[in-house]
Design a protein around this ligand. Structure first.
Ligand code: BG6
Length: 487
C-alpha cells in the first residue's frame, strides 16, 4: 500500500489541555514555516457544542497563550484558521458520530490522520465507530496518546481493540520524548560518528545513568497521576525509550522497522525485577513539603487533598542481559519536585587499565559522556588534562570538559516542539519515531513485574522533601555498588 501525505487531520479531544498547549501551537509552528501541505484541513472534534467559528476562536486563543510572542504573526494565524473546522460528537450518541463521519467524508481528499487526544478508554470505541462508517481502511492512520493502558492487560485490550479497525502499520503510538530534538540527536551522536561506537559496550562503560527530573508537582492532574505514579507515567514510556535508544544495536537504516526491531530487543533483554529484587534494585519515593528555588511548595498529599501510596519518584538499577551490556548497571531515576529540571544520559567509562602517573599521586578519573536533553541541549565529554605547572613533585591531572552547547551552536535554528516533528511524520506516514505494539507491551511486562514485586514485598514509597534529589535510599542503592548519582 502506498502512503501519501494526509489531506485531513482529525483531532479527537480537540478542546482539551494537550491540544491547547501543544498540538495547536505545533501546527502553528509548521504553518509558519510553510511545512503543511496546502490542501491539508484540520477538523477538531470533542463533546463541546462549538461551531467552526467558535472553535477558530479557541484555536486563536490557544496560539495567543502558548506560542511565544516573537513567533506570532497575523498572516500565519489566518492561514492556519482557514484550514480549521469543528464538528461536535459524542461516542455515546450514534447520530453525532454519523454526522461526524459525513463531515470527515466531505472534507477528505486523500489520506486521513486521526489523532486520539482523549482518555485511552475511548480509543477502541472511536476506532470502531470510524470503521463502521467506512473511514478506517487503507489511506487512514491513527495516532494514539499515552498511556496505552494501565498495565499489560490494559495495553493488550487497547491494542487489540484499535487493531481490529486499523492495521498495526497504520497505528502511531506517541511517546513525545521521541519527537524531542535532543532525543533524536542521541541517535545522530551514536550513529553519525565513528568515535563512540567502539567504546559503547561493557568493556569500556562502567555505568549508565538516565535521569528525568522535574520541578513541577502534579499540576491539577492529581486524579490521573495518583492512579498512575511515576512508574507508569514516566518509566514505562519515556525512560525506557531513552534506555532503548542508548543501548540498542545500530539499526541498518533510520526507518521504522529497522529502528523498532532494535529497540524491542533491548526491552526483551531487560533482566526482570520481581518480588525478591525490588528491595535492593528499586526505590520508590513520595515528596513531602519543601522548597524549590527558594519557594515553599506543598507535599504530594496536600496537593492531592487525600491520603495516597502513589510514588512520585522512582530510582532503579536495571540490567540488559546481552553481550554488549553484560554487567553494566543502568540506573534510571525520575521524580517530581526535584531541585531542578534535567533530563540527561550519563555514561561513565571505565578507568584506564594502568596509570603511568600514579607514582606522582595523580589520580586519573574515569572519562564520562553527558548528553543533556533538557532544559538545554548540550554534550559534555569529561577528560583528564595535565594541570599546568612544572610538576617538580609529580605530574598533576585535572578533569576538564569538552562542552558543546547545542542551543548556542544552532542558535539560528528555531527549537521545535516535539509535536511538530511527530505531526509531520504521521501526516506523511513515517512511523520511525512512534512506538510499536510489541514495544509498549514488553515495557508494560517489565514494569508490571516491578509493581507486583512492590505489592508482594509490601514496599511503600519513602518520603523525600520537595527540592531534594529523592529518598536517601536511592543514594544508598548506587553507593552499595561503588557508584554515585550525578548531581
Ligand atoms: C508526560 C507525563 O508524559 O511527560 C508528565 O505524563 C510529565 O507527568 C511530562 O510531566 C514530562 O514531559 P517533558 O516534555 O516536560 O519532559
Amino acid at each position: 500500500m502506498t502512503t501519501s501525505s494526509a489531506s485531513l487531520l482529525t483531532i479527537f479531544g480537540a478542546t482539551g489541555d494537550l491540544a491547547q498547549r501543544m498540538l495547536l501551537p505545533s501546527l502553528y509552528g509548521l504553518e509558519s514555516d510553510g511545512l503543511l501541505s496546502p490542501s491539508l484541513k484540520l477538523l477538531g472534534t470533542a463533546r463541546s457544542g462549538l461551531d467552526d467559528a467558535a472553535f477558530r476562536d479557541f484555536v486563536a486563543q490557544s496560539i495567543a497563550k502558548f506560542v511565544p510572542a516573537e513567533l506570532q504573526r497575523e498572516t500565519t494565524l489566518q492561514a492556519l484558521l482557514a484550514r480549521v473546522r469543528y464538528q461536535p460528537a459524542s461516542l455515546d450518541d450514534a447520530d453525532s458520530m454519523r454526522i461526524l463521519a459525513e463531515r470527515i467524508r466531505s472534507l477528505r481528499d486523500g489520506d486521513v490522520l486521526y489523532h486520539m487526544s482523549t482518555a485511552p478508554k475511548f480509543y477502541e470505541k472511536a476506532c470502531a465507530a470510524l470503521a463502521e462508517h467506512g473511514l478506517a481502511g487503507p489511506g487512514t492512520r491513527v495516532m494514539l496518546e499515552k498511556p496505552i493502558g494501565h498495565d499489560l492487560q490494559g495495553a493488550l485490550e487497547i491494542n487489540d481493540g484499535v487493531t481490529r479497525s486499523f492495521d498495526e502499520d497504520r497505528v502511531y503510538r506517541v511517546d513525545h520524548y521521541l519527537g524531542k530534538e535532543g532525543v533524536q540527536n542521541l541517535l545522530a551522536l551514536r550513529f553519525g560518528n565513528v568515535l563512540f561506537e567502539p567504546l559503547w559496550n561493557a568493556r569500556h562503560i562502567q555505568q549508565v545513568q538516565i535521569t528525568a527530573a522535574e520541578t513541577v508537582g502534579v499540576e491539577g492532574r492529581g486524579d490521573y497521576y495518583d492512579d498512575s505514579g511515576a512508574m507508569r507515567d514516566m518509566v514505562q514510556n519515556h525512560l525506557l525509550q531513552l534506555l532503548c535508544l542508548t543501548a540498542m544495536e545500530p539499526p541498518s537504516q533510520f526507518e521504522p522497522t529497522a529502528v523498532r526491531n532494535e529497540k524491542i530487543k533491548v526491552l526483551r533483554s531487560l533482566r526482570p525485577i520481581g518480588r525478591n529484587e525490588v528491595a535492593s534494585e528499586t526505590v520508590a519515593g513520595q515528596y513531602v513539603s519543601g522548597a524549590i528555588g527558594g519557594q515553599a511548595v506543598p507535599g504530594y498529599l496536600e496537593e492531592l487533598g487525600r491520603g495516597s501510596r502513589t510514588e512520585t519518584y522512582v530510582a532503579m538499577r536495571a540490567h540488559i542481559d546481552n553481550w554488549r551490556w553484560s554487567g553494566v548497571p543502568f540506573y534510571l531515576r525520575t521524580g517530581k519536585r526535584m531541585p531542578r529540571r534535567c533530563t540527561e544520559i550519563y555514561l561513565q567509562f571505565r578507568a584506564v587499565p594502568h596509570s603511568i602517573f600514579a607514582r606522582g599521586g595523580a589520580a586519573a578519573e574515569p572519562n564520562a559522556l553527558i548528553i543533556r536533553l533538557q532544559p538545554e541541549e548540550r554534550i559534555e565529554l569529561q577528560l583528564m588534562h595535565k594541570t599546568p605547572g612544572l610538576d617538580r613533585s609529580g605530574l598533576r591531572l585535572s578533569q576538564v570538559s569538552l562542552d558543546l552547547d547545542l542551543d548556542e551552536e544552532f542558535k539560528h535554528e528555531r527549537r521545535r516542539l516535539a509535536y511538530e516533528r511527530l505531526y509531520l511524520d504521521a501526516l506523511e506516514g513515517n512511523g520511525t519515531l512512534f512506538v510499536r505494539r510489541d514495544e509498549t507491551e514488553a515495557a508494560w511486562q517489565w514494569v508490571d513485574a516491578i509493581r507486583d514485586g512492590w505489592d508482594r514485598a509490601g514496599v511503600m514509597p519513602k518520603s523525600y522533601a520537595a527540592g531534594t534529589w529523592g529518598p536517601n535510599a536511592a543514594i544508598a542503592m548506587t553507593e552499595r555498588h561503588g557508584h554515585s548519582w550525578r548531581e
